[in-house]
Design a protein around this ligand. Structure first.
Ligand code: FES
Length: 154
């Protein structure tokens, strides 16, 4: 067999094998590298300043998180309100700091009430009575001057 013919046959056999190996390596690399965990905090629109009345407003904020191959969806329920100064805004978690029940706003008493063990919080989230060990959790809140939206950092 001539060298040219042998060389041609070697290339004919090796080229598809090399192509297949490169494809498999690429697929293995794609499948084995998970996406980085998405932990960055972001400002999310909660409501418009024009929709906020003179009592805490319950808002549900939906978030998608990517952690490796897992994608989870999370809902954060907050009460958005004007702060003590009347110029700024605050967002309080609607999850009780005792055992995690949902708190609600009681208009008549002007307090947050937890129905599970009768925890009571004042409008700024401080514990008034009951078993909660600490004030309601706070999120950063701000007014977006351009849009008039009240945004919460999650
Ligand atoms: S869970 Fe709220 S007072 Fe116990």
């Amino acid at each position: 067999m001539s060298d040219d013919r042998r060389s041609f046959l070697e290339r004919l056999i090796l080229a598809p094998a090399a192509l297949m190996a490169a494809t498999l390596a690429g697929l293995a690399g794609f499948a084995s590298v998970p996406k980085a965990q998405d932990t960055a905090k972001r400002w999310r629109k909660a409501t418009s300043m024009f929709d906020l009345g003179n009592k805490p407003m319950l808002v549900v904020l939906a978030e998608r998180h990517q952690d490796g191959w897992y994608e989870t969806r999370q809902q954060t329920v907050v009460f958005v309100d004007k702060d003590e100064t009347g110029k700024g805004y605050r967002a309080l978690s609607a999850t009780c700091t005792h055992l995690g029940c949902g708190v609600s706003w009681d208009d008549a008493k002007s307090q947050f009430i937890c129905p599970c063990h009768k925890g009571v919080f004042d409008r700024s989230g401080r514990v008034v009575s009951g078993p909660p060990p600490r004030p309601m959790d706070r999120f950063e809140a701000r007014l977006n001057e351009k849009t008039g939206d009240i945004e919460v950092q999650l």
